[in-house]
Design a protein around this ligand. Structure first.
Ligand code: AGP
Length: 611
């Protein structure tokens, strides 16, 4: 969480930083701040969104060719002006912005307080800049060395940028466990949490590695390890395009991203499926093809929506490749001494590729000898880099905090992986492979049809804007779809919603049903259709309001449900890709009609880089 931007070069830093902060606002939006070097160091910070900072600085001096900015998701210390970054040393000579958590800040703060340091905020970050100041005072070392020594004392995760009044022509950046990209221009450098603030200035970037420190002047970049060894950086070329970061005429990023799904799924399959030959090729995991033939078990780790994609994958892999699958919350897995060995393949799913719990779970599984496949969206993020192999989802940047196109791209990749595994293990006949892949190839067209339900879904949504609770029911692979539908609704509309396996309803949640309770049921024609019909009857018998997602042309459910939303018929394993779309639209419209900020829901952030 938190977004950081830095600039040093020949241009005005302010417009670059403020635009960058807007792009990174999805990472946190509790408060924002900047530091600009213009003879002296001018620092402005404000609680609230980046736009509040812009208002606050309207008549202030914003000159300077060197600067840094921060948009915060609060961990230590409530969102407020004084807890906003940048934080300064006691003598106001040094300033820092930070993304991450300094875990041992308590003991460091105690020691520094006893040495006379006075703190102006409640943050962990301020402790680090005082520590650097203290080391400099004590040792008389230069700032570079003081930063290095301080980072050696720090436990936790950080991506930091430091400015000093004494070194006005230098920025110092460092990372451990939190992302940081350096954009390389001509006589200028950019620093950011991801490439989005950089893309319009340069396509050449360096992904700083953990435990590296970058000393950056406008015409010089030196990267050293935290042990003081000079590193040779690798310059990557970005594939990102500017228009991917803009709303493109849609009212919200979330809506744009929902509508992008036919394209994002096509991009995700491009060059990977050959329907006529009944063949899937996944270059990213092909060196493990043999291992997949004999594997006894797959463990999937993820959080949130990505965990729901993992639950879909459980059905897909067990159905297609006949490999037992366990799906774990990364946050639970990492703390419970899981039984994992070198025989296991662990699939880590993450849109951002930076989720702290998922990263820690990967490290644990790696220690135990497992092979890690990463399924990530952000190219070059930490998870793909710490995984042994993997498959990118190629959904393009997802800016809306609520995940939409990233989920369907994850499910697409996991479908490809399941079919690839089946191919290796011979668990699906060639003719079935051909028919499945032909249908998969056509899924983007079917998603376009699902999107045509938008107006109808919007009119249904209008009936439920005052609902206080929702239940989502599904069976088989419809169950994770129900969970995802419920998560979308609660995160953007703040309506309480629960996803349940339809048959479990009678073991408890049925007590909640009355004439006020909307129940969304995934009731498409598949192997559990008849059973779901019985569940709908159980809801109706208790006067619940049923909104059913049905297969085109369905008549039976239509007779029972209060509202139906039709989606095209498809092979059962592709159901999650289609049924998810109207649920995304339903939450979107309910949230918009309730006046909620759908792109930046309260208390959330796009990448959860704290545990
Ligand atoms: C999705 O709508 C959520 N905002 C959230 O649950 C998210 O899926 C979760 O934090 C995992 O993120 P990741 O995919 O980037 O690892």
């Amino acid at each position: 969480m938190c977004g950081i931007v830095g600039y040093i070069g020949y241009r005005d830093a302010w417009p670059i930083i403020i635009k960058g902060l807007h792009r990174l606002e999805y990472r946190g939006y509790d408060s924002a701040g900047v530091a600009l070097m213009d003879g002296t160091m001018n620092i402005y910070k404000k609680a609230g969104k980046v736009s509040e900072l812009e208002l606050f600085t309207e008549n202030k001096n914003k000159s300077g060719f060197t600067g840094m900015g921060h948009t915060r998701w609060a961990t230590h210390g409530a969102p407020s002006d004084r807890n906003s970054h940048p934080h300064t040393s006691g003598d106001n000579r040094l300033a820092i912005i930070h993304n991450g958590i300094i875990e041992n800040y308590g003991s460091l703060k105690e020691a520094l307080t006893s040495r006379g340091h006075i703190f102006k905020s409640d943050t962990d970050t301020e402790v680090l800049i005082h520590l650097i100041e203290d080391i400099q005072e004590e040792t008389k070392l230069d700032l570079r060395e003081a930063v290095r020594l301080a980072l050696n004392e720090v436990i936790g995760a950080y991506a930091i940028v430091i400015m000093s009044k004494d070194e006005p022509d230098e920025l110092i950046a460092a990372r451990k466990g939190s992302p940081m990209v350096i954009g390389v221009g001509n006589n200028e450098y950019f620093i950011a949490s991801d490439a989005s603030p950089i893309i319009e200035y340069t396509k050449n970037v360096i992904y700083l590695n953990d435990n590296e420190i970058a000393y950056i002047k406008r015409d010089q970049l030196l990267i050293k390890s935290i042990d003081n060894v000079v590193q040779t950086p690798y310059i990557h070329e970005l594939e990102l395009e500017l228009e991917m970061l803009e709303k493109g005429g849609y009212e919200h990023f979330m809506l744009k991203e929902i509508y992008e799904q036919p394209r994002s799924i096509r991009d995700c399959m491009r060059g990977r499926i050959y329907p006529e030959q009944g063949l899937v090729q996944l270059g990213g995991i092909k060196e493990y093809a043999e291992k997949l033939k004999n594997i006894d078990r797959i463990v999937i780790i993820a959080c949130g929506t990505s965990w729901h994609a993992g639950l879909v994958a459980e059905y897909l892999i067990e159905e297609c490749a006949r490999i037992p699958v366990e799906v774990e919350y990364a946050s639970e897995f990492r703390y419970r001494n899981p039984i994992i060995s070198e025989k296991d393949i662990v699939i880590a799913i993450s849109q951002s590729g930076e989720t702290a719990d998922t990263m820690a779970a990967i490290e644990l599984a790696k220690e135990k000898g497992a092979t890690i496949f990463g399924v990530c969206n952000v190219v070059g993020a930490s998870i793909p880099r710490i995984s042994h192999a993997g498959v990118y989802t190629h959904a393009g940047p997802e800016i809306g905090v609520a995940s939409t196109k990233a989920f369907t791209a994850q499910v697409t990749v996991l479908t490809l992986m399941a079919i690839y595994m089946a191919q290796q293990r011979g668990t699906i006949t060639q003719s079935k492979l051909i028919s499945l892949l032909s249908e998969l190839d056509n899924i983007p067209v079917l998603i376009e049809k699902c999107l045509l339900t938008n107006d109808h879904v919007k009119s249904i949504a209008s009936k439920f804007i005052n609902s206080r609770n929702f239940l989502f029911l599904g069976r088989g692979s419809g169950f994770p779809v129900a969970l995802e539908g419920a998560l979308k609704l609660k995160e953007i509309s703040y309506i309480h919603a629960e996803g349940y396996p339809a048959a479990e309803m009678k073991h408890g949640p049925i007590a909640l049903i009355d004439e006020e309770m909307p129940v969304v049921v995934i009731a498409t024609k598949n192997s559990s259709y008849e059973k779901v019909i019985s569940n709908i009857q159980e809801v109706k018998a208790r006067k619940g309001i049923v909104i059913a997602i049905v297969t085109e042309g369905d008549t039976a459910v239509k007779k029972m449900a209060d509202y139906t939303i039709e989606i095209p018929d498809a092979e059962e394993i592709f159901l999650p890709l289609l049924a998810t779309v109207p649920l995304q639209l339903l939450s979107y419209h309910i949230a918009v009609m309730r006046g909620c900020n759908v792109d930046q829901p309260r208390n959330l952030a796009k990448s959860v880089t704290v545990e």
